[in-house]
Write a new protein. Structure first.
Length: 584
């Protein structure tokens, strides 16, 4: 019995063992299957993810590392890729009076001693002012833009309260060149005044700031313009100057200068806001743009515009016709020339000798409405067309021009515009008659605006002859640069003031284009209140002050712009030269 029982127990145990093994084997198989399924799912998910990343467009997505490697603000370059504005890491000098804790003095040495040490490193610092700020215990910047070697010298002072935080700085590698075009950036990273303000969003955006933004200006031409303007301004003790070089076929600004200039690397409060004393002297802030924001009566530079309108309208057809050159009486006002030019002049002679009386009579015959329409077509009644934020509104005579207004506008009085207005108008005179808006963006060929026709092509051709004659035989002789076929017109206008015009204050302007047989560039140079000096033969008028600037500038910039001197060619003046006899 016991034996049978034992045998049964052994058999039962074997069955249970076999069953357990079968269950274990089945469980193991299921585990292997589940593991295989999990791996298959992970592999499928990975393959789907790879396919998604490969097919989806993530071109604008950047990792945080990529963003960290981007410049904090986009770069601005000239049309040839020369950097004009860049951002880079820099040090600043920060005073932290709590660096040693709340109690006790924040400085180991006396404020006066620390200030003296800092002034030795940074000579431009006001030692007394720094000492007072250190003694006040008030935190704040003592200086921005600290070079690494100077930062090491500050650390050597041994004051923990003098901290050197790393910051992103905006640097203008060309110094003060093109300051009024570029503007500047405030310490909190906001663009001001120029293209820094206009392009602020683009230059700050992580997507677009990685690509430099080219402007239309050529820094070589910009440097030459500023240099010649400065020389001319200092030679005649003028209070300011303005100049522009403009592509006549595209409206692109190759150079734009307003003097005196400011330094965008170190903008001072007086650059932006005048003191009371400076305001009383009639000065303007250095950051003020005379080319785009200040309006002037530009005098006789308007005479070619009037003559062009008269040619277009058929009022001037016979260039040999004699016009009365005696003073014009309109009511109680008398229009006369600076010097008597004889009883009569033809139109070429009137432009060469800059006759107010003949121009006024031509405008009188043309009529107020037609001259007014021409000026409107040239944009003289609106702010100048350019991207810069500082754009002055013209002093426009109004809707209905009286006879006297029409006459005075014809020779540049009674209307005030910016030098940029004048440059755009002269581009239309010489380029075949098409007015285009100006721009400081570099344009591709397909981006050039069509513009609007103001003058007939035949009128433009005739004006090129007349402007060339002015520099050969008339008031613009000192602007003639051999081989470059310069043509242009002088303008010397008294500045308006309380009770009338100020005879002692002139705005002297020369508006020109070259080469006149195939004009490519307009150049305008203006001097604000020049004085008669030895350099100008004691004359203040544009023929002696502004015209020489253009005469020296054109040979400098011509070869840079692909215009080489050629004395074997010129504008054909055969049909007009016989009309300009001995009165020269």
């Amino acid at each position: 019995m016991n034996t049978l029982t034992a045998s049964a127990a052994i058999s039962t145990g074997r069955v249970e063992l076999v069953a357990f093994r079968r269950e274990s084997l089945a469980l193991a198989r299921w585990r292997v299957l589940w593991i295989a399924l999990v791996f298959a799912a992970v592999a499928a998910a990975a393959l789907l993810r790879i396919a998604y990343l490969g097919l989806a467009d993530h071109g604008t997505t950047r990792t945080s590392l990529e963003e960290a490697l981007l410049p904090p603000r986009g770069e601005i370059t000239d049309r040839n890729g020369v950097p004009l504005a860049r951002a880079f890491p820099a040090y600043a000098l920060w005073y932290n009076p709590k660096a040693l804790g709340e109690s006790g003095s924040p400085l180991v040495k006396s404020p006066q001693e620390v200030a003296a040490r800092l002034a030795a490193i940074f000579p431009e610092l006001d030692e007394i002012d720094v000492a007072e700020r250190l003694a006040s215990g008030k935190a704040g910047y003592l200086r921005r833009r600290v070079l690494p070697e100077d930062a090491n010298k500050v650390q050597a002072i041994g004051e923990l309260a003098l901290e050197m935080p790393r910051e992103n700085d905006r640097h203008y590698p060309q110094g003060m060149l093109a300051a009024h075009i570029l503007g500047y950036v405030t310490p909190d990273g906001e663009g001001k005044i120029g293209m820094e303000q206009v392009l602020n969003e683009r230059l700050s955006d992580p997507v677009t700031r990685s690509t430099p933004k080219p402007l239309s200006i050529d820094i070589r031409v910009q440097g030459a313009l500023e240099d010649e303007l400065r020389r001319g301004m200092l030679a005649v003790n003028a209070m300011g100057a303005a100049g522009i070089v403009l592509d006549v076929d595209t409206g692109e600004v190759l150079a734009l200068a307003s003097l005196p200039e400011f330094d965008p690397n170190a903008v001072q409060s007086e650059d932006l806001i005048l003191s009371d004393e400076a305001h009383k002297r009639g000065e303007t802030p250095r950051a003020f743009n005379r080319v785009t924001n200040q309006v002037y009566e530009l005098g006789s530079t308007f005479k070619p515009l009037t003559i062009a309108a008269a040619i277009d309208a058929g009022v001037v057809r016979d260039f040999g016709k004699e016009w009365n050159a005696m003073p014009v009486q309109v009511g109680r006002f008398t229009i006369k020339d600076l010097h008597p030019l004889g009883a009569s002049l033809n139109v070429p002679q009137a432009l060469i000798h800059s006759s107010n009386t003949v121009t006024a009579r031509v405008a009188d015959e043309l009529g107020p409405e037609r001259l007014r329409r021409t000026m409107m077509d040239l944009g003289m009644n609106e702010r100048p067309y350019i991207e810069l934020p500082a754009r002055g509104f013209p002093l426009w005579p109004g809707k209905d021009w009286a006879r006297l207004t029409n006459m005075t506008v014809s020779y540049g009085h009674g209307i005030a515009v910016t030098p940029l207005h004048l440059a755009s108008a002269y581009a239309a005179i010489v380029n075949g008659g098409i007015w285009r808006p100006t721009t400081v963006h570099k344009l591709a060929a397909h981006e050039v605006p069509r513009g609007r026709r103001v003058f007939k092509a035949s009128t433009s051709s005739r004006m090129r002859q007349l402007l060339r004659m002015i520099t050969l035989y008339g008031t613009g002789r000192k602007a003639d640069a051999p081989g470059f076929r310069v043509g242009g017109k002088t303008g010397s206008a008294e500045k308006p003031g309380a009770g009338g015009y100020k005879r002692s204050s002139l705005v002297s302007t020369f508006a020109a284009a070259f080469p006149m047989d195939r004009p490519r560039y307009v150049v305008v140079a203006m001097l604000d209140e020049p004085r008669g000096t030895i350099a100008s033969s004691f004359q203040r008028t544009a023929g002696y002050t502004a015209a020489p600037i253009v005469g020296k500038l054109v040979p400098r910039i011509g070869p840079l712009l692909g215009v080489r001197p050629d004395t074997s060619r010129d504008v054909d003046l055969t049909d007009l030269q016989a009309l300009v006899p001995e009165k020269d």
